[in-house]
Design a protein around this ligand. Structure first.
Ligand code: PMP
Length: 399
């Protein structure tokens, strides 16, 4: 975005304060984990009380079992879950599990989907890679990248052609069922449903990377929202309530391949550590309260409708795709479902918007390819103020 990066001193509820004492309404929310806002009292209390009894043991604890039980009880798609320390680790482990389970080497991903900094998945990826204009990273041997097949989102023909040629060699297809790292590329439900069928036909495992969408669009994530059953699911962000956690889960049969039950090795010194488990449990406990998602989604909807109403009355070339409490500012009126539909030139508009909003005490994640998140801590007054500021800033973007 240019300029000097903000250095954040503290956060509380919907707001963050930088080292210069400026306060902002925050729509980045640490890139998604903070669905309850910053420093939520119940989460903080769980962290502090747990840390007082030690931060890591390298041995089983009650807390990791309680968090696992809470998740499995309310999730129809997985029977066992393993905790790791980041979304990247969850994806890396899920890919290894899929390869170990199927005995196949190739994997298939979609252009623009980001799955953390797993070597094999940093090919045509979103997030920081697309922001910095180089969607494939240096530092990965060609032999690794060769095992990764990449097809565009929302393109059944290209997918079919790739499966016809390589279907029997592919261990897994990994997708963000709600792609949210290269803009918000909402997929047609039919496309996701047919992906499930094609995986079954070819004996390929379907991995839903729900690091963003898990616990965000509903407790069961996108799988629950669409009613589509993946074979393996990866989680991160919200599941740790702002502490470093990731997780992957699947049927008991698939998970039985993970060490020490099975031959697929995976371990981590700090995995399942009690402080992170306590933060996750306190967070998920709030999400399970009746009406939590309904309220959050309604609030987001009414916020985004205000932006839409104003921008369409002014005939500005902008739209606001959204799902649940995730929204994106797309400088286009077209429905955008794949990475190549985004015009790189539109990022110039985002840069102006971002700076004008900083001047007006509203913080969006610093990239036009990233989405915004609304938390339960955002009050109606916060959202009214932010909507007004965004509309004012749009006048300057389109001046
Ligand atoms: N998968 C998805 C869909 C993500 O959005 C991210 C992070 N933005 C990751 C994986 C990686 O998670 P982490 O940054 O915790 O390693």
């Amino acid at each position: 975005m240019g300029g000097t990066p903000l250095f954040i001193k503290k956060g509380s509820g919907s707001k963050i304060t930088d080292e210069d004492g400026n306060e902002f309404i925050d729509f980045c929310c640490s890139w998604g984990p903070l669905i309850l806002g910053h420093a939520h009292p119940a989460v903080n209390q769980a962290i502090v009380e747990t840390a007082a009894n030690g931060t890591s043991f390298g041995a089983p604890t009650r807390l990791e079992n309680e968090l696992a039980e809470m998740i499995l009880k309310h999730n129809r798609f997985i029977e066992k879950i393993r905790f790791v320390s980041s979304g990247t680790e969850a994806v890396m482990s899920a890919i290894r599990l899929a390869r170990g389970y199927t005995g196949r080497d190739k994997i298939l991903k979609f252009e623009g989907c980001y799955h953390g900094h797993v070597d094999a998945l940093l090919v045509k990826a979103g997030s920081g890679l697309v922001t910095f204009g180089e969607s494939t990273t240096a530092g990965i041997p060609a032999a690794f990248a060769e095992q990764t097949l990449v097809v565009p989102l929302n393109d059944p023909e290209k997918l079919d052609a790739t499966l016809a040629q390589h279907g029997h060699d592919i261990a897994c297809i990994i997708i963000e069922p709600i792609p949210a790292n290269n803009g918000l590329l909402l997929q047609a439900e039919d496309f996701l449903r047919s992906l499930r069928e094609k995986c079954t036909t070819h004996g390929i495992l379907l991995i839903f990377d729900e690091v963003i969408s898990g616990f965000r669009v509903g407790f069961e994530g996108a799988a629950g929202l669409y009613g589509i059953a993946p074979d393996i699911v990866t989680y991160g962000k919200i599941i740790g309530g702002g502490m470093p956690v990731g997780a992957y889960g699947a049927s008991a049969e698939i998970m039985s391949k993970v060490s020490p039950d099975g031959p697929v090795y995976q371990a981590g010194t700090l995995s399942g550590n009690p402080v992170a488990m306590a933060a996750g449990r306190a967070t998920l406990n709030e999400l399970l309260q009746p009406g939590f998602y309904e309220n959050l989604n309604l609030k987001t909807d009414s916020f985004v409708r205000k932006l839409e109403a104003y921008c369409s009355s002014m005939q500005y070339e902008v739209s606001f795709p959204r799902i649940g409490s995730i929204f994106w500012i797309a400088f286009s009126k077209n429905t955008i479902r794949s990475a190549e539909q985004i015009e790189a030139g539109s990022m110039g508009h985002f840069k102006v918007l971002h700076h004008e909003l900083l001047n007006r005490n509203v913080y969006l994640g610093p990239s036009g390819y990233e989405v915004g998140f609304v938390s339960s801590a955002h009050s109606d007054a916060d959202l009214d103020f932010a909507a007004q500021m965004i509309c004012d800033a749009m006048d300057l973007v389109f001046a």
